[in-house]
Write a protein that binds this ligand. Sequence first.
Ligand SMILES: NC(=O)c1ccc[n+]([C@@H]2O[C@H](COP(=O)([O-])OP(=O)(O)OC[C@H]3O[C@@H](n4cnc5c(N)ncnc54)[C@H](O)[C@@H]3O)[C@@H](O)[C@H]2O)c1
Length: 328
Amino acid sequence: MKFLVTGGAGYIGSHMVNLLLKKNSEVVVLDNLSTGHEYNIQDCEHLNIDLVDTENLSKKLNKRKFDGIFHFAGKSLVSESINNPDLYYLNNITGTKNLLKVMLDNDLNNLIFSSSAAVYGKSELDFITEDANKMPINPYGKSKLQAEKDINQTSKQYGLNSISLRYFNACGADPEGKFGEDHACETHLIPNILQSLLDPKEEFYVYGNNYPTKDGTCIRDYVHVSDIVDTHYLAFENFGVSRMQQAYNIGIGKGFSVLEIIKACEQVTKNKIDIKFKDKREGDPISLVADNKSILADLNWNPQFTSMTNIIDSAWRWHTKRFILYGH
Ligand SMILES: NC(=O)c1ccc[n+]([C@@H]2O[C@H](COP(=O)([O-])OP(=O)(O)OC[C@H]3O[C@@H](n4cnc5c(N)ncnc54)[C@H](O)[C@@H]3O)[C@@H](O)[C@H]2O)c1
């Protein structure tokens, strides 16, 4: 089989490509390398195209055939989206619309879209269900929600198979150590903790310690990147076989506070972490934990990384290797 993976040079996309290649599929990566890395592209064709560049997009994809499209390409920094909302609306909404147009022009079907728990905004629910209110509190979340709506509407109108997978906090690294998280501007908790242990120049802060939670820090649902990409393949396999919802939560269904993650990192790395607190960040919800019953039931998803120490261990091995290879 042959797949197009947009954003395949990025963190989650590179794990998807790796999974598809292991299944002996042919893969084409479409990635403008704005936040991705050339070193992530192995054993497959790379189209260095921006999804916003309609002319180049149709030129390079015209008459090409793919069994499915995994759409990871997107900008995903909440603070950047607050400072430059138009960049996010262009990249994430227009970029997705352009991809849909190319699909229709070339009779391509089967789209799996990377959405986010950010579509829910500040949910009051202990476990967020897919039909919970969607009131994103930052342009990033708004851009993902609008892209979902555009995908749904186009799919209904033209009879496409499509699905949006709303990840909670992606984390961890390829268990074989080939790929991992490498964002030039890292805002995620686990890589920032591990990086501060490897490089004393890297400051690590906890943003906010007076949230109404068990220890005052934010609660998140952490889901391993390998488990995330497994859901994508399951979704692809299910197209046309059984009825699926338009969107699924991808989370483990368990919340961890920032301080609990720090403790788990100390346990795995056998290092003491110096905790310094800063003010809350704009746009950070108190708690985001998935109700994942739908994906478990409908796709028979069986997440492998349910232990936080195993998740952190995979990330720690990757970050240590990356520090030795690339010095950061
Ligand atoms: N990492 C998370 O915790 C998380 C959580 C929820 C949703 N997501 C979504 O998952 C997707 C992948 O996230 P990630 O962490 O791997 O990010 P990433 O930045 O590592 O990967 C995104 C990739 O898309 C490429 N890209 C971005 N805009 C593009 C464009 N206009 N044209 C072509 N290529 C473009 C980048 O170069 C990069 O390689 C994103 O859409 C993100 O919003 C991520």
